[in-house]
Ligand binder design. Sequence first.
Ligand SMILES: Cc1cc2nc3c(=O)[nH]c(=O)nc-3n(C[C@H](O)[C@H](O)[C@H](O)COP(=O)(O)O)c2cc1C
Length: 149
Amino acid sequence: MQIHFLYGTQSGTAEYLCDKLKDKVGDRFDCKVSSMDEVDPTALDPETFYVLVSATFGSGELPDSAQSFFETLEERKPDLSRIRFAIFGLGDRTFGETFANGSKILMTQMLACNAQMVGERGLHDASSDDLPQHVAVPWLMDVLSQFSA
Ligand SMILES: Cc1cc2nc3c(=O)[nH]c(=O)nc-3n(C[C@H](O)[C@H](O)[C@H](O)COP(=O)(O)O)c2cc1C
C-alpha cells in the first residue's frame, strides 16, 4: 500500500510532521509527502491511503496551501467513495472555539464527497508541552492497525 501524506501549512509544522511520519513508517510502506496545493483531489488513487495533516490559520480557517485542495472538493464534488483517508489537525487551544478548525473543514468536505475516513481525527495542541510527532506517531500507528483488524 502506498501512503501519501498531504500537508496544509502556514509556517511549516505540518510539512515537518509529515516528514517525521514518513520516516516512521517508510520502511513498511511506500510513502510520499506533498503539499496539498500540488495535488488534484479529483484525481486521487483508490490504491493509495491519504493522510491529511492540516494546520489552522486566521480565525479557524485553512492555511493557504490547503485552500485550492478544499475549493476543488467544494466546487467539483468528486466521488471519493473509493478513497480512504485519515486526518490529523494542528491547532492551538488558546484560540478557543476555532481549535483545529482547519482540519475539521477538510474532514467535513472529504466526507461530503463520500471518502472513507479511517480512525478518528488526530489533534495536536501547540499550547501543550507535547511535540506534534509525540501525538501523531501513536495516532498513525493506531490508524494503520485498523487495516489489519
Ligand atoms: C495567525 C495565526 C492564527 C492561528 N489561528 C488558529 C486558530 O484559529 N485555531 C487554532 O486551533 N490554531 C490557530 N493557530 C495555531 C496554528 O494552527 C498552530 O500553531 C499550528 O501548529 C501551525 O502549523 P503550521 O506551522 O503547519 O502552519 C494560529 C496560528 C497563527 C500564527
